[in-house]
Design a protein around this ligand. Structure first.
Ligand SMILES: Cc1ncc(COP(=O)(O)O)c(C=O)c1O
Length: 396
């Protein structure tokens, strides 16, 4: 018997315990099916804008590449980009962050990973709303921490229930995560609620991690950045959804100095920096006036698609929308088919060639729900609903 055969696995226990990201698995499965020649899949599964990156951003990146922006950048990010992020945070979010207190990361996801790695250890806890974006729990787990989940319910528009959250606070809670606009529910949290969560975190010597990656996908209400009023806040944002740049892997974070210093050390020893020329595309996204029009166009388009999807849900015998999404680009729908969400999503993909994400991927409270993305064309949304309704009727 070889050494390899004698070992059950080479993986650490911690890695073995990690669950794969369901959203990425759905996307990979769609790509695999397409690769195998199944070319009629309609995807409401993806969490990315249904747009290409605007041309002016691509052109700026090509120019940067051709003038030789190809070497290591400061780990925190190119200075000009951090200056532009600092100006954006000041002008749009009323957040005062010196360029030295900003870290440009490989997507918002890596900023969250770094923040958790830098601050959490065994015995610490992260408080999440349930349902919550798929990667918070795994990021906490990778840092050795546990997660406490507090349900947010459709009757309450999936908004945080402050009394329940206060009741769930226990020794060891080090981070409360706020994600507004929220993936997967589309809820936009009231300013007062976010303020109270930041205060609650402060009263418990904890941090608020404010994940604002859907800031520009906002259809009702106003965006509020807790870091404008509180200093125990790590703000995470990204270019991914804002400028249709998911594949570029560009995000950023700002927060308390010691947290940033910790994040930076981990970053220096793991990734060094984000791709140099891509950072100049991000700089153009922030500084070129043409971006404003594109952001507006995308927001208007998503609003139309949201209205279309909510209308189709209202007409469905099988789907029920707990609350109309106010932001992001997802409808989080309950269904009355007698199957766990994982099985239903799998069957919809295999039998109806419609990709969705099972609600349970976002936590126990997400069971009996599907997340449907309306970052798809109107034609695709209509076709997906035709197929889903047909399939539901067949299996009922
Ligand atoms: C709530 C939320 N936070 C963070 C991210 C990560 O964004 P990025 O693609 O910039 O890493 C996502 C991506 O889907 C998300 O939905």
């Amino acid at each position: 018997m070889t050494v390899a055969e004698m070992r059950r696995t080479y993986l650490s226990k911690a890695t073995e315990a990690l669950q794969p990201s369901v959203t990425e698995e759905v996307d990979n499965e769609v790509k695999r099916m397409r690769q195998n020649g199944i070319d009629d899949i309609v995807s409401l599964g993806v969490g990315e804008p249904g747009f290409d990156t605007p041309d002016h951003i691509k052109q700026a990146t090509i120019r940067a590449l051709m003038r030789g922006e190809t070497s290591y950048q400061p780990t925190k990010g190119a200075f000009a980009l951090r200056e532009a992020i600092s100006a954006k945070l000041d002008a749009e979010n009323d957040v005062k962050a010196d360029p030295e207190d900003i870290i440009v990361t490989a997507g918002g996801k890596f900023a969250i990973y770094l923040a958790f790695q830098a601050t959490l250890e065994k015995g610490d806890k992260v408080l999440l709303l349930d349902p919550a974006w798929v990667s918070y729990e795994s990021a906490a787990q990778m840092a050795g921490a546990d997660v406490i989940r507090v349900p947010s319910v459709p009757q309450n528009g999936f908004k945080p229930d402050l009394e329940n959250i206060k009741g769930a606070i226990e020794p060891g809670v080090k981070i409360i995560v706020v994600n507004s606009p929220c993936n997967p529910t589309g809820a936009v949290f009231p300013r007062d609620t976010i303020r109270q969560l930041a205060e609650l975190a402060g009263d418990n010597q904890a941090l608020l991690l404010s994940d604002e990656v859907y800031e520009y996908q906002l259809y009702e209400g106003q965006h509020y950045s807790a870091a404008s009023d509180f200093d125990n806040v790590i703000t995470v944002n990204a270019f991914s959804k804002s400028y249709a740049m998911t594949g570029w892997r560009l995000g950023y974070a700002t927060g308390p100095k010691d947290v940033l210093e910790g994040m930076l050390k981990i970053y220096q020893h793991s990734t060094s920096c984000v791709t140099a020329f891509a950072q100049y595309g991000a700089l153009d996204a922030l500084t070129n006036e043409a971006s404003k029009k594109v952001v507006e166009m995308m927001q208007d388009t998503y609003r139309v698609r949201r209205d279309l999807m909510t209308d189709l849900i209202k007409k469905s015998e099988f789907l029920k929308l707990g609350c109309v999404p106010e932001g992001a680009f997802y409808c989080f729908v309950a269904y009355n088919v007698n199957l766990p969400s994982f099985d239903l999503a799998k069957r919809l993909l295999q039998k109806a060639h419609v990709a969705t994400v099972p609600g349970v991927a976002f936590g126990k409270c997400g069971e009996d729900h599907l997340r449907l993305s309306y970052a798809a064309s109107e034609e695709d949304i209509r076709e997906a609903f035709r197929r889903m309704e047909h399939y539901f009727r067949k299996i009922k």
